[in-house]
Design a protein around this ligand. Structure first.
Ligand code: DX5
Ligand code: ZN
Length: 219
């Protein structure tokens, strides 16, 4: 499968956000991961539509928008208008995940579904053939810079198995505590879209992106 790096701008220096996104883009990141938090589904509040609209001018790369918000269907159209290319919402944040998936697809973009570390992977079953991407959180959503939860490896393996059994080549994204040092482990488990915030934006952005790209190329 195609391995993709999706740098999470939550760990970027917001005073030079456009510049840092361009650096990640030029160094080879294919996606830009944008974490939207509402202070209810997760304890923290991050940024929303005006920021997405503004950074849309800095790159043509895929905007991978991860919405950690309650009742996500309310905002799908706004995120699409702001420039999202993929919207990934949380299974735990809605009573009607199918309606959210349909809404995202009706807007003409890709839909992803995400589960928190404590949500059984089997809850994804009804949506496996309906989504373009499955995001298996590898930390509790809410903050950058947390440690990778080791049990996530088995969960990613299980999701890849469930997809394989159905003949589906759906992308599996992993998010939280991922660095060049452990990227290979999650890819071996079956993930192919790698989110990294601290691993990209702490230190030299271009050099960090290239470390991930080298790992992808040597597989
Ligand atoms: C956490 C966010 C992540 C976060 C990852 O809720 O979904 O995207 O920014 O940051 P790192 O890579 O620093 O764990
Ligand atoms: Zn995220």
């Amino acid at each position: 499968m195609n391995n993709i790096l999706s740098p999470s701008i939550l760990s970027a220096d917001f005073s030079i956000l456009g510049q840092q996104i361009r650096e990640a883009d030029e160094a080879g990141a294919e996606y830009i991961h944008i974490d939207v938090m509402d202070g209810i589904f997760v304890p923290s509040i991050s940024y929303g539509m005006p920021v997405i609209k503004s950074i849309r001018k800095t790159t043509d790369k895929v905007f991978d928008v991860h919405i950690m918000i309650t009742d996500p269907i309310r905002y799908i159209e706004d995120f699409v208008k702001s420039g999202a290319d993929i919207i990934t919402f949380h299974l735990e944040a809605t009573d009607d995940a199918m309606a959210v998936i349909n809404k995202i697809h009706d807007c003409g973009i890709k839909a992803g579904i995400s589960i928190k570390p404590g949500t059984p992977v089997k809850e994804l079953v009804p949506y496996l053939d309906k989504v373009d991407m499955i995001l298996v959180m590898t930390v509790e959503p809410g903050f950058g810079g947390q440690s990778f939860i080791p049990e996530s490896i088995g969960r990613v393996k299980k999701v890849r198995e469930m997809l394989d059994e159905r003949g589906l080549l759906t992308d599996i994204e992993v998010d939280g505590g991922i660095y060049p040092e452990n990227a290979e482990n999650v890819m071996d488990a079956g993930a192919n879209v790698i989110v990294s915030g601290s691993g990209v934006f702490k230190g030299d952005v271009a050099a960090n992106v290239k470390k991930f790209i080298n790992i992808f190329q040597n597989r």
